[in-house]
Structure formats: structure tokens, C-alpha cells
Design a protein. Structure first.
Lengths: 473, 366
């Protein structure tokens, strides 16, 4: 079993997202009513103030996921990667761990290694770890319950065994809903829904048997958006369903193991600062040369073709936070439709601790996101189905079958995306299951690369200018 | 993955076993660098075997000294002329201390350690005869070669003149001399630990059920002819299955009277709950082996800490439902390596037809 695949295990614990809320419910809305949001601008909700520095400290050091691997077992095994990146502000044991893990101690005094936000929300660019950059190279194609169970081989009897079993049981419960069939895509929404299915909305108590009908076992692919956009976003998630207090969504990573509202309240306080930290992040600067003249031409193209949905990025910045109807944007509808069709999860959210100040509001559309640092955030569209900005702006270049190159991963400044191979056939024609997992097959349900063809009408020179401009955002 | 590096690690942690017979313990300790750390270091000297093994027979019946660990494992059911039925098991494990030959001129110099276990269990009344042996390859008291392996008079070897395996040894004054003839031209290849490391297997090997057995059974100066059938498993590599920590290792081999054979290898939480890891292979006559999910094999009793001796193999999609239990309730053998190993019987249905058979179960980590 590769370290890569094993890392995917805890990886799963990391990803958590869901949906939304924001506007107060209509007066006639009962507690069980789920509002389906209409296309249009999403109202901005004022967020709680917090301390960004304290938030960064929490992200990097605290146990907001309260179950994990006993530290002795973690150390005894050799299945997790050695620390490769030193991050300022990692304290104590945290500094000895790979960046995607934090250290904590459970009430029984067992030191645990737990996953943190950076599993999904940090990624390398040119060898540097960029906090806030969604990781498109994660591998969720392996069953995480296998590694979780195997870790028991390193666990001693007593309190460590109980701690391990609690964690491994949670992983086993959600594993069927978080194994993707494609390398690089993220199953976080489905994973979150699986956790919700096991929890009482009022008390957050865990039930070994689902209390709600679980989500489909075949997770839809999603891409992890960059954190630095949050300061400009009125709602969270690709379909804008995360409305209201963003803290309540960001802290949902704690759904893995937080079994009561008392613990959830403490984590919510921590995450008030975490939200402030995330909202304080700025995108990295484009690390390669930019042609300023061409970029200036591109700004004109952008303002003509893109700005009405994505905003303007001149001296006066504007972020429309526009929820665009599925028919208008034309991108793969599966993700948005599933959120609407499975409103039981939004209902659970709205009635739960997490819905205090927030309201999950699914919609048949997707939000046109802020584009700060967009050059760094390949692949594109909500499902990561388009490998480069070049292909995003010229749909004739979008490959039906493709795979990211990973050995090494390399950024292509001409196309604005990670280098990839175009393939002749999809998963069905792959040599073996391992090869099939590497193939992004846009003919599969939820993986479509259609829509957002707003760049197709551009002349090539205009497209090149626009790409140059996007490097400056 | 260290968990699976080698069954030998666990074996050698019981260092006392190495000192039991033929040498002065202090001499051996001085010459053999034994500690968990040194063994892990030795394991690190060995690379994982290649992803795909180019099987060659009969060569692969012999030893694979370039691999860190290895085992030859035989079990079977014998019937003598008087109709007495017995089960037997003889297994020899090899573990390397180093890739290189020993750096010593002493004839006690050791590169490989060996552990064997031999059990003979009557289906009816009567005690199970069992013995555990440890050895090393110094002066050929124990060893392995291109034909097989041995510890003193325990020997498992392939012989080309008969295209069969010869198994011989004495346990508690009872001696077996058996010839085991394969009835199928090739064995079923084993690649890694089923369900765990199929992509990057830490081991390779083969499983050969349905061996036709003929031979002699000698006890108290009287010998009798025996016939029966047996199963062989021979595996080599750097990561072999081992019970450890909270995980038990449960291994089951079945031979059913319709000719179907079953092999299960399962890591399961010692306490209740958890996700069973591993897999079962089911091999019908003249068919390709099929994999049965790890959840198909479940203990039919709920005791958390004791050995679980009663099991059920049930997989609706494969139309199999079998209850597996010991031929007689027996205590674990008094080995230094704590495990339960015993002769089993199975009954139930396969493809909607009633079926029964014999089997062997081995449990460790309880």
C-alpha cells in the first residue's frame, strides 16, 4: 500500500464542507422548511469579528477534530509521510508532525494525532506549501477504513485502544461515502452528509446506525476552493448554500468526533478566530513573468466578458456574489441538483447547533466566484473537470479524458494549470483499476466539463490577453 | 508497513525459543544480533518484492533467500486403514537476519532463523499432539534450499522425480511420512495480502489445495497406511501477515467434498466491532478463484478475548453459507508463540446444494 494512498485516509477526515444559509427565513417558514435559493446576487451577511492570529494558531495547533490516532501508534507505524514543510507557528508536538496533522490530548489523557484543515486547504506550488490553496493532488480513491483499522496493530490496550476504536469506527461509518473513483477530486460534501446522517440534530449525539437516509455511496467530485476568496464571498460552497455565519460551516470538520453541543460551542469560539484568519488571507503573487501591456489589454476583455458575473479587480473592487442559474452557466448540474434533492441534510443543518446563525439554502445554480489568484487554482469549474484556464476559455480544448501529471507535478504557465496528459479513452478502457483511478473521465455522472463557454467567442489574441490579465489577479 | 513486515518479527521477539535445545544460549546471543530493532533493521535491508512475480515451478517451491521472510504451510486430513480420521499441520517459517551471509567464521554463524509447528489432531477422541521448534541455519540443523525447508527431522520438500511434495516428521512419538501429489497443474497465485496491498504487494506466493496424500503413519512402533488430501501455502516477501496490537490474525483453509477449496486470511479487531480486513478466495473445481469479501467470514460467537473457534462463511452473491467449527473443542497448543491452531469441520450449502468438508483454522493475537 503506498504512502500516497494511506495519506488519503486521513485526508478524508479533513475535507468538510456543506451548505448554507444567510437570509432570515420568510415569516411563514417553519423550522423544517428548507429554502431553495433563487438565482441572483447573494446578500452579504456580516460576519463575527475575530482574531486572525489566534485563528491561525488554532488551525495549526489545536484539536478541533477530537478523535484520531494515538500518538504512539502514529509514530510506531511508518505509513504517514515525514514532515516536509516547516510552518511558522507550529508549536510543541505539532512541529514534529506532517502539516496536515495536529496534536491533541483526549479526556482520558491519550495523546492523539488528528487531521487538520490543511489536508485539503494547503498545497504545494513550486515546492512551497501555500496555506489556503486547495489541494488538487489528493487521492481519495482508497478505502480509508482499511488504514484506520490497520493502525490498530500499533495500539496498546486500555485508553489508547478505546481512543483508536472510536476514531476507526467513525472512519468506517463514513468510508463508503468518501471513496472517489478519480484521483484529485474531493468528496468533502458527501463525507459531511454521511456524518450528518449519523448525528442527532438537537444533541449532536452519534448514532452507530444512520438516523437519516445516507447520501449516495458514489460521491460527486468537487474542487476545493482557495481560502483567500472567503473575504469576498457572501456564501460558502460552489452552489452558495452556505449562508449566514460562515463559522458554522467552517467548523463542520468537527462533525467527525464532536458528540455534544458543549464541545461544539468551544470549537465554535475557536473558529470565530479561524474565520477571521481565513478572511485575512491574500492570494499568492503570480511567480512567473507577466506582460503588462498584454495584461492591460486583457483587463478590457475581462471587464467586457467576465466582470458582470465575476466582478472587477481594478482600483474599485467589486464582487457580485452572483448565483447563476444552471441553464445560464451550463456546467455539470449534478452537484447543485443533489443538494436540492437531498434537502433532508439542509433541514438537519438548519435545526442543529450548526444552524444557529446560519441557514443552508441549496440552489439550482452555481456562484460565479471571486477570481483573486485564479491562476493558482487549477483545475477549474466546481468539479475540477477542466485542467487549465486556457481550456476554460476555449471549450474546444477541453479534454474528454485526461490525467494530471504527478511525477513531478509541474505548473504550465502557458496554459495556466497543472500539466496533464490528454487520453484517448476513459476508465472503461484502462489497463487496470489503478490506471482507471488516474483518469478524469468527463463522461461520467457529475464529472462533466460542459458549460461556461463564455470565452469561446473570443479571438485568440483576446484570449491570450485575458489569460495574461488573470495572472495579475 | 511495519505491521506486516514479517511474521518472523513476532517469532523472534520470543527469543527464548531460540535457546531451547541445541546450543548454549550465551553463545548464540553473542553471535546472533537479536532484538526488535535489529530485526526491523534487517527487514529494511530487503526491498519489497516486485509488483509482479514471474512464477517458475518447480523453482518457486524452493526457498527465496533474497526475500526477508518465507513460510511453507501444509495441512490435511488423513484416514488410515482402520478408518481413523486425523488432521495434521506442519509449517516452517524462515526469517532472515541479514541480506548477507553471517560475518563470522564460526560454524554457528546464522543468516536465517526458523520456526516450525507440527500438530496432529484426531477427529474423534484423543489428544492433539503438537510441538513447536525453533532453529537456525547453522551447521544445517535447520535450513532451506531449492527444494524446501527443514528443522531437524521435520522436512517439507518438493521432489521432481515424483512431481510431488514429501512431508515427514515426528511429533510426540508419532511419525508421518507423506507424499502429496497435486491434482491440478498449477497452484493459485497469491499476491500480497488480499484486500490490503494488492497494488504494491509485500509478498508473493501460492496456494495449492486438493493435494492427494498417501503415506505412512507410525505410532508406538506400529505403522499404518494413510490417504487423504491436503493444502499447501508457500509465501515469501517482506510483509507477511501478523497479529499485532488490537488486531487478531485469523486464517482458515477449507476443503469441501464437492472439490471446492476456500482460503481466508483476515485481520480482525480483537474486541467487538471494526472492519475485518483481508479476504477469502474460493476455488471450485476447474474454475478460476473468486474473491469473497472480508465481511463474509464472521465469528459465530461473541467472546471478545478468547479464541473464536466457531465461524460462519456466508456470501449470498457467491451462494455459500458454511458453519465452521472444531472437530472437537481443544485448548490452544502450548507454544511459545501464542496461537490456536486446529482441525475443523464445515457444513452448510454451496450453490444451493448441501456440502461439508474439513478445514484448518489458525488464530493468533488473542
Amino acid at each position: 500500500m503506498t504512502r500516497f494512498a494511506n495519506t488519503a485516509l486521513l485526508t478524508g477526515l479533513a475535507a468538510l464542507l456543506l451548505s448554507a444559509c444567510g437570509e432570515p427565513p420568510p415569516p411563514d417558514a417553519g423550522p423544517d422548511r428548507v429554502t431553495i435559493a433563487e438565482p441572483g446576487p447573494i446578500p452579504v451577511t456580516e460576519q463575527q469579528p475575530g482574531d486572525p492570529d489566534a485563528g491561525r494558531h488554532t488551525v495549526l495547533n489545536r484539536g478541533y477534530v477530537t478523535c484520531g490516532i494515538p500518538e504512539e501508534a502514529f509514530r510506531a507505524s511508518d505509513i504517514f509521510p515525514a514532515p516536509e514543510h516547516q510552518i511558522d507557528g507550529r508549536e510543541g508536538r505539532n512541529a514534529e508532525l506532517p502539516y496536515m496533522f495536529n496534536s491533541t490530548v483526549n479526556p482520558d489523557g491519550v495523546e492523539l494525532v488528528v487531521s487538520n484543515c490543511l489536508t485539503c486547504h494547503a498545497s504545494e506550488f513550486d515546492g512551497e506549501l501555500v496555506i489556503g490553496l486547495g489541494n488538487p493532488f489528493l487521492d481519495f480513491t482508497s478505502d480509508p477504513s482499511v488504514t484506520a483499522e490497520l493502525m490498530g496493530a500499533f495500539v496498546e490496550d486500555g485508553a489508547p485502544a478505546e481512543a483508536w476504536a472510536r476514531w476507526a469506527d467513525r472512519i468506517a461509518a463514513i468510508a463508503p461515502y468518501m471513496v472517489t473513483d478519480t484521483f484529485g477530486v474531493n468528496p468533502a460534501p458527501n463525507l459531511t452528509l454521511a456524518l450528518i446522517a449519523h448525528r442527532d440534530a438537537a444533541t449532536l449525539a452519534w448514532s452507530s446506525e444512520p438516523l437519516l437516509e445516507p447520501p449516495p455511496a458514489d460521491p460527486l467530485p468537487t474542487k476545493v476552493p482557495p481560502w483567500w476568496r472567503m473575504q469576498h464571498k457572501a456564501a460558502m460552497f460552489h452552489n452558495g448554500m452556505g449562508r449566514g455565519d460562515h463559522v458554522r460551516y467552517m467548523m463542520m470538520k468537527s462533525l467527525v468526533c464532536t458528540d455534544d453541543t458543549e464541545e461544539a460551542s468551544e470549537i465554535a469560539e475557536w473558529f470565530t478566530d479561524v474565520r477571521a484568519y481565513i478572511a485575512s488571507l491574500e492570494p499568492p503573487s503570480y511567480p512567473y513573468p507577466v506582460d503588462p501591456e498584454l495584461a492591460a489589454q486583457g483587463e478590457g476583455v475581462f471587464n467586457r466578458v467576465c466582470a458582470s458575473c465575476h466582478g472587477s479587480y481594478g482600483a474599485e473592487r467589486d464582487y457580485p456574489n452572483l448565483l447563476v442559474d444552471l441553464d445560464a452557466v451550463g456546467t455539470d448540474p449534478a452537484y447543485a441538483r443533489q443538494a436540492v434533492e437531498s434537502e433532508r441534510f439542509a433541514r438537519w443543518f438548519n435545526r442543529s447547533f450548526y444552524g444557529d446563525g446560519a441557514e443552508a439554502m441549496p440552489a439550482l445554480g452555481y456562484v460565479a466566484p471571486p477570481l483573486d489568484g485564479v491562476w493558482a487554482t487549477a483545475p477549474y469549474l466546481h468539479n475540477g473537470s477542466v485542467p487549465t484556464i486556457e481550456a476554460l476559455l476555449d471549450s474546444t480544448l477541453r479534454p474528454t479524458y485526461w490525467q494530471l501529471l504527478t511525477d513531478p507535478r509541474e505548473y504550465d504557465p502557458d496554459r495556466l494549470g497543472w500539466r496533464f496528459d490528454v487520453l484517448e479513452s476513459g476508465k472503461g478502457e484502462a489497463d487496470d483499476p489503478a490506471a482507471a483511478k488516474r483518469i478524469y473521465d468527463t463522461t461520467r455522472h457529475g464529472y462533466g466539463n460542459e458549460g461556461h463557454r463564455f470565452g469561446d467567442g473570443l479571438r485568440e489574441q483576446e484570449r491570450q490577453a485575458l489569460m495574461e490579465y488573470l495572472k495579475t489577479l | 508497513m511495519r505491521i506486516l513486515i514479517a511474521i518472523g518479527i513476532m517469532v523472534v521477539l520470543l527469543l527464548a525459543g531460540l535457546y531451547h535445545r541445541d546450543t548454549d544460549p550465551e553463545d548464540l546471543a553473542a553471535e546472533v544480533p537479536l532484538s526488535p530493532e535489529s530485526l526491523l533493521a534487517a527487514a529494511e535491508e530487503f526491498a519489497d518484492p516486485p509488483t509482479d512475480w514471474d512464477y517458475r515451478f518447480p523453482e518457486d517451491h524452493g526457498n527465496h533467500p533474497e526475500q526477508f521472510g518465507e513460510y511453507w504451510w501444509f495441512a490435511g486430513q488423513l484416514q488410515d486403514d482402520a478408518g481413523h480420521v486425523r488432521g495434521f499441520q506442519l509449517a516452517i517459517y524462515r526469517l532472515a537476519l541479514s541480506r548477507e551471509p553471517p560475518d563470522t567464521a564460526s560454524h554457528w554463524g546464522t543468516r536465517d532463523l526458523y520456526r516450525g509447528q507440527f500438530l496432529l489432531a484426531p477427529a474423534g477422541a484423543g489428544p492433539t499432539r503438537s510441538e513447536e521448534r525453533f532453529g537456525r541455519d547453522a551447521i544445517d540443523l535447520s535450513g532451506s534450499d531449492a527444494h524446501g525447508a527443514w528443522i531437524d527431522d521435520w522436512s517439507v520438500k518438493y521432489e521432481s522425480d515424483c512431481d510431488c511434495f514429501r512431508l515427514s516428521g515426528t511429533v510426540s512419538n508419532t511419525r508421518l511420512d507423506l507424499s502429496l501429489h497435486p491434482l491440478t497443474p498449477t497452484p493459485t497465485h497469491l499476491r500480497g495480502i488480499p484486500g490490503l496491498d494488492a497494488l504494491e504487494p509485500g509478498s508473493h506466493g501460492y496456494w495449492w489445495p486438493g493435494l492427494r496424500v498417501t503415506g505412512e503413519f507410525e505410532q508406538g512402533g506400529e505403522s499404518s497406511r494413510v490417504t487423504g488430501d491436503a493444502v499447501l501455502e508457500h509465501v515469501w516477501g517482506r510483509r507477511l501477515p501478523v497479529a499485532q496490537g488490537q488486531l487478531t490474525l485469523n486464517r482458515l483453509w477449507l476443503s469441501l467434498d464437492d472439490g471446492t477449496a476456500v482460503r481466508c486470511m483476515q485481520l480482525r479487531r480483537r474486541g467487538s466491532g471494526g472492519v475485518p480486513l483481508g479476504d477469502c478466495l474460493m476455488l471450485a473445481p476447474d474454475a478460476e478463484p473468486v474473491r469473497v469479501g472480508s465481511a463474509a467470514l464472521t465469528p459465530a460467537e461473541t467472546r471478545d478475548r478468547d479464541y473464536r473457534l466457531h465461524w460462519r462463511l456466508e456470501a449470498e452473491e457467491h451462494r455459500v453459507a458454511l458453519d465452521i467449527s472444531p472437530t472437537r473443542e481443544r485448548a490452544a497448543p502450548a507454544f511459545r508463540l501464542p496461537l490456536w491452531s486446529g482441525f475443523m469441520q464445515a457444513e452448510g450449502s454451496l450453490e444451493s446444494e448441501p456440502v461439508d468438508g474439513w478445514g484448518w483454522l489458525e488464530l493468533s493475537g488473542y
